[in-house]
Design a protein around this ligand. Structure first.
Ligand SMILES: [Zn+2]
Length: 232
């Protein structure tokens, strides 16, 4: 299906030949987004179960201590031994974006993250609409904040979200530090070779062991509804 899931911060593995990162760039973070690997795999599995079609999935297995795949290369790692894994992550993402563009009229990338600042909430990051520029142009604000949008479905299922859907997607209302990172900026539809892209930031409470499977099911249902309404 024309959906790409990326998850740069859920990895747990060391990288042979790659040292721990040394501070570089703004907001230097080396902690993982706990269980977002499990969450992204769960969303992919549930999407296939719901729609009979498989999404694309790019899942970092390396820990963020070694490589941060949601940063430009010069901030993402500290030594040449890390380069291969970083490049593999982005070569896969680029290949999938190109493939979606070649095979489908529309497509969407969801970059899966975790945050602990709003523990029970899901945050949207689109750089105030810039990474979903094409989607807004062809379908308008309801594709991002309406009842059949992903965040519209989240609200209908009882989730707390930020920013609120009452505000237009281009309002500069997305939470500071969660407006959308490197991945959605690079692959998003403000670029001629991009597709629409949105960062999803799941609160810590939604990723706990006993809850993460339900969060994955509900997110897949939200994406499937969005797919039905806007990607066909
Ligand atoms: Zn993250």
């Amino acid at each position: 299906m024309p959906v790409i899931l990326t998850a740069p911060h859920g990895g747990r593995d060391e990288v042979p030949g790659c040292p721990v990162r040394t501070p570089a760039g703004p907001r230097f973070v080396v902690t993982a987004d706990f269980n977002t690997d499990v969450l992204a795999l769960g969303i992919a599995g549930e999407l296939e179960r719901l729609t009979g079609r498989r999404p694309y999935l790019v899942l970092a297995k390396f820990h963020r201590r070694f490589i941060d795949a949601n940063r430009p290369a010069e901030e993402a790692y500290s030594a040449p031994g890390c380069e291969g894994d970083f490049n593999a992550y982005h070569a896969s993402t680029r290949r999938f974006v190109d493939e979606v563009r070649a095979r489908h009229r529309h497509g969407m990338l969801f970059d899966v993250h975790g945050q602990s600042a709003y523990r029970d909430s899901i945050l949207r990051g689109t750089r105030y609409g810039a990474t979903v520029k094409a989607l807004l142009a062809r379908a308008g604000p309801p594709a991002v904040t309406g009842p059949d949008s992903v965040f519209g479905r989240f609200v209908a299922m009882g989730y707390r979200i930020l920013p609120p859907n009452e505000l237009p997607p281009t309002a500069r209302a997305e939470e500071r530090n969660y407006t959308g990172g490197y991945t959605v900026a690079v692959y998003g539809s403000r670029h001629a070779d991009g597709i629409d892209a949105m960062q999803l930031e799941f609160g810590r409470d939604l990723r706990e062991a006993g809850v993460v499977a339900k969060t994955a099911r509900d997110t897949a249902a939200a994406i499937a509804a969005f797919h039905e309404a806007f990607l066909r």
